[in-house]
Design a protein around this ligand. Structure first.
Ligand code: HEM
Length: 458
């Protein structure tokens, strides 16, 4: 972790000089901007930039602040005046618990990051190479030419398998990965619904959808308990994330509690699989939609490998493949909305932010801003070539965020995404089949509604 959060003194203004952020237009009595946000969240978040750098929104009785420029999203993420909290996190609490790294704040969060960080360090990633290779090539042999691939389940499956096999080790994960996939898919669907349509007690009624959600959530927690119990019973202590969690100590040097161990495993497995799975879906969509880039990837892989199967060690030489991954993440960032809560009266860009205020921003809107990107909506991986990348403003492309909450898994994720893209594009071209719908589905992450592809051998 870095200490990026120190504010330069020159930026601190006297409270009297601070302005009230403008109220975004288009609100209606009682509901404020809530209806527009619920109806078309991506378009709503993107147009806020026309109202100001920081704008106020009314969501029912509540005032929420939205930040719309790359520089201010960076300032927000780096400032110690804000913590992780707010509606997004509250709606995820049933899943993530209260004691895992994704929801903790302050000294507990710092301690937890220190525990998990070694498993994600750049020099730890090569040890995961063989598993990533096996899983990436496993996809190409699993898929048969001419068959229809359901990209949602396939992407989820490979993402969960890689996260679970690399970080929690042990053969037992192979059987459990399937169960984990099913439970996670149902839980994430239900969580998003509960976040955007907060019907409170209605979600406790014994309706089929609620029962399915509760069953999936219970199974997910049970699975995590089984994983932890089995590792303990085995007496083994491989050098992995689970061992690090099981032997972690709290601030007083005491072993951390069972609940914290449990919440930590959930907090690492769940964001890890949902985000990677959504990104794989978009990468498969890109390969089908832009065959010219799929061909360039194939050519690049062949020139690097000379025709042998692409491996983990090749990833750093696959420049175009990497640029395709980055460009796919720019236009369809898995994490499209983030929230923070002000812990003190503070300021952002000269605007007054009161203690307790909820602040939201959208990496999706920031990464599509025409002020930051020429031909902003065009899929153009070459914008990431060294001679062009310098035109991209700071923080205009931060899909893993910055500061002390930055995703610990950026290297881990980029390695597997690049390897999977290279492996599948080398063996197949992809075409959408009738019934496929690649329109953007907004949930906790962004993903295609139902992407169905057929692989055509090269
Ligand atoms: C946090 C994105 C993959 C584990 C985050 C955050 C972002 C993000 C934006 C910061 C949230 C915030 O600022 O509020 C992504 C993307 C991924 C990805 C785009 C892949 C395409 C993964 C994977 C894992 C993981 C594979 C684990 C296996 C975490 C954890 C946090 C986190 C534990 C919380 C960190 C903290 O609060 O200190 N991720 N992530 N992520 N991510 Fe990821």
């Amino acid at each position: 972790m870095t200490v990026e959060s120190v504010k330069p003194e020159a930026e601190v203004r006297p409270a009297a000089e601070l302005r009230e952020p403008p109220l975004a237009g288009g609100g209606v009595p009682l509901l404020g901007h809530g209806l527009k946000l619920a109806r078309d969240p991506l378009a709503f978040m993107a147009q806020l930039r026309d109202h100001g750098d920081v704008v106020r929104l009314r969501l029912g009785p509540k005032t929420v602040y939205a930040v719309t420029t790359p520089a201010l999203t960076g300032a927000l993420a780096l400032s110690p005046d804000y913590k992780i909290d707010g509606p997004l996190w509250e709606s995820l609490e049933g899943l993530l618990g209260k004691e895992g790294v994704a929801t903790a704040n302050g000294p507990r969060h710092r301690r937890q990051r220190r525990t998990i960080q070694p498993a994600f360090r750049l020099d730890a990633i090569p040890a995961y190479g063989p598993i990533m290779e096996e899983e990436a090539h496993g996809l190409t042999t699993r898929w048969q030419p001419g068959e229809t691939i359901d990209c949602t389940s396939e992407s989820f499956r490979v993402a969960v398998r890689i996260a679970a096999r690399c970080l929690l080790r042990g053969e037992y994960m192979d059987e459990r990965a399937e169960r984990l996939c099913l439970a996670l898919a149902t839980v994430f669907r239900g969580m998003y619904q509960r976040m955007v349509i907060p019907l409170g007690p209605l979600y406790r009624l014994p309706l089929p959808a609620n029962r399915e959600f509760n069953r999936a959530l219970a199974d997910l927690h049970l699975l995590v308990d089984e994983i932890v119990a089995e590792r303990r019973a085995s007496g083994q202590k491989p050098d992995d994330l689970l061992t690090a969690l099981l032997s972690a100590k709290d601030e007083n040097g005491e072993p951390i509690g069972e609940q914290e161990i449990h919440d930590q495993v959930v907090a690492i497995l769940t964001p890890g699989s949902e985000t990677v799975a959504s990104t794989i879906m978009w990468l498969l969509q890109v390969l089908a939609e832009h065959p010219e880039h799929a061909d360039r990837i194939r050519d690049e892989v062949e020139s690097v490998t000379g025709g042998r199967p692409v491996g983990f060690a090749d990833v750093r030489n696959l420049t175009h493949t990497n640029n395709v991954v980055v460009e796919a993440m720019r236009l369809r960032p898995a994490v499209w909305i983030l929230t923070r809560r002000a812990v003190t009266d503070t300021e952002l860009g000269g605007y007054r932010i009161p203690a307790g205020a909820d602040i939201i921003y959208s990496p999706y809107a920031i990464q599509r801003d025409p002020r930051s990107y020429a031909d902003n909506l065009e899929f153009d991986p070459d914008r990431w070539l060294p001679e062009r990348v310098k035109d991209v403003p700071k923080y205009a492309m931060s899909p893993f965020s910055v500061g002390n909450r930055k995703c610990p898994s950026d290297h881990f994720s980029m390695a597997q995404l690049t390897l999977i893209t290279a492996a599948v594009a080398t063996k197949y071209r992809f075409e959408q089949v009738p019934g496929s719908n690649d329109a953007t589905r907004v949930g906790i992450t962004l993903r295609p509604h139902r992407l169905l592809l057929t692989p055509v051998p090269r």
